[in-house]
Design a protein around this ligand. Structure first.
Ligand code: ARG
Length: 462
């Protein structure tokens, strides 16, 4: 038997291998609820415009409701022979109500149908991601507030550069995540146009009401060009680009957690809930979740790249190539959601070793800039001269294998006679961070205020 839905022109069955390459039901069944929502909006419009009679519309509506229930309860029998979610549902509709089922597809094609389903899916995924990113921001801002004054080394070139606070470091990620949410929001605003009614590619001769279906499905307006409507996947690409960048941010934080949790750094301790053991090495506490978050960014970036390549060189309007838009997108958006949840859990549980971070912050001459700044402020030296003088003091200390604060005043005076005991105050890490009060700087007072501001913006009391 040829295909029940499109088989009119065919005498024979498709080859098994065609069915294998062509069928999308194994993955596009995820669109079922959106497909039914699109069909309900479409049939309501067909009824209102008089294109389909009331009785038929009512029968279609009831049966769609029943099918929705069957799918939700796991009772629906999906068939690969019926290719995709659209034809699986339409075929079941015919089983339930007979020929009237065939009226649902009036003034519609699977091309605009899948375009609307996928927009609805991506829109819902963006909304879910926004809430998940926000939960991670909240976990970070809470930890940042608790550690607004906990000193740690700040790095450039992965070399200790200047003391900063742990809270300040965490809030840097809150800012990145805010931009990620902004990009997803932008993508959502642009995607919120309804392609339903573009039909196969050219529009339709039926007197449809596209504004009505757009409104019923929560879109701002119908799309303006029928060719663009069925061939556009910009909305997915934009969303994947935002997701990929967010995944990169998560990966950077995950990498820092991996470093911080290593015994060599020993800056943080992961909770038992977020540590794994080794089957051979009993002493190990591995940060597997952080490593996987770091690695999973790869498949999210991969999904973006894959879809860009699918679209590149694809002529208007619909081609079956576009069916390849789904699996990677589903996987990428679900993966990002999993990573966000795992990272939020890890951050909430994370216990920084405040004493160890403070010791590390003072090591490796990390307060040399504070001494140079002091020389500028107290002795009126030009910064370049102060930098040079401090460099010589660091060289002297390094030669003696001691910290700057362990040099004697006499040794210091040999290089700059105007130095007094007060210079030593510039060398404490606490003083160092407390002095960085410039806007956006790491001073604990700044960090506490920024964390509180974020928590209130995120809907939490600071
Ligand atoms: N399963 C198809 C897809 O995901 C639906 C659209 C099929 N349209 C067609 N003309 N064959 O793209």
């Amino acid at each position: 038997m040829s295909n029940k839905i499109w088989g009119g022109r065919f005498a024979g069955r498709p080859d098994a291998i065609l069915e294998e390459i062509n069928a999308s039901i194994d993955f596009d069944r995820k669109l079922a609820a959106h497909d039914i929502a699109g069909s309900l909006a479409h049939v309501a419009m067909l009824e209102k415009t008089g294109i389909v009679a009331k009785a038929d519309a009512a029968a279609i509506r009831d049966a769609l409701g029943r099918i929705h229930g069957e799918i939700e309860r796991g009772e629906f029998r999906f068939s690969r022979e019926l290719e995709d979610i659209h034809m699986n549902i339409e075929s079941r509709l015919a089983e339930l109500i007979g020929p009237a089922a065939g009226r649902l597809h009036t003034a519609r094609s699977r091309n605009d149908q899948v375009a609307v389903d996928f927009r609805l899916y991506v829109r819902a995924a963006i909304d879910a991601l926004d809430a998940e990113i926000r939960a991670l921001q909240t976990a970070l801002a809470e930890k940042a507030l608790a550690h607004a004054g906990s000193v740690m080394p700040g790095f450039t070139h992965m070399q200790p550069a200047q003391p900063i606070t742990f809270g300040h470091h965490l809030l840097a990620y809150v800012e990145m995540l805010a931009r990620d949410r902004g990009r997803l929001k932008d993508a959502r605003a642009r995607l919120n146009e309804c392609p339903l009614g573009a039909a196969a590619l050219a529009g339709t001769s039926f007197p449809i009401d596209r504004a009505a279906t757009a409104k019923a499905l929560g879109f701002d307006r119908p799309t303006a060009n029928s060719l663009d409507s069925v061939s556009d996947r910009d909305f997915v690409i934009e969303t994947l680009a935002a997701a990929a960048l967010c995944a990169v941010h998560l990966s950077r934080l995950a990498e820092e957690i991996v470093l911080w949790a290593s015994p060599q750094f020993g800056f943080v301790r992961l909770s038992d809930r977020f540590s794994t053991g080794s089957s051979m090495l009993p002493q190990k506490r591995n940060p597997d979740a952080a490593e996987l978050i770091r690695a999973k960014s790869g498949r999210i970036i991969g999904a973006l790249t894959a879809l860009l390549i699918v679209l590149k060189g694809l002529p208007l309007a619909y081609s079956k190539d576009l069916q390849e838009d789904k699996e990677g997108t589903f996987d990428a958006l679900e993966t990002l959601s999993l990573c966000l949840a795992a990272l939020a859990g890890m951050i909430s549980d994370l216990e920084p070793d405040v004493a160890r971070m403070k010791t590390a912050a003072g090591a490796a001459y990390a307060t040399a800039t504070d001494l140079a700044d002091y020389l500028v402020r107290e002795l009126g030296l030009p910064f370049r001269e102060a930098h040079h003088l401090t460099g010589r003091l660091v060289a002297l200390a390094a030669k003696k294998n001691v910290g700057l604060e362990e040099l004697s005043l006499a040794e210091m005076k040999r290089l700059e006679p105007r130095l007094t005991k007060a210079a030593f105050s510039a060398l404490g890490v606490g003083n160092s961070v407390a002095s960085r009060t410039s806007y956006g700087g790491t001073a604990p007072a700044n960090v506490a205020a920024a964390a509180k501001k974020w928590l209130s913006a995120l809907g939490k009391r600071g």
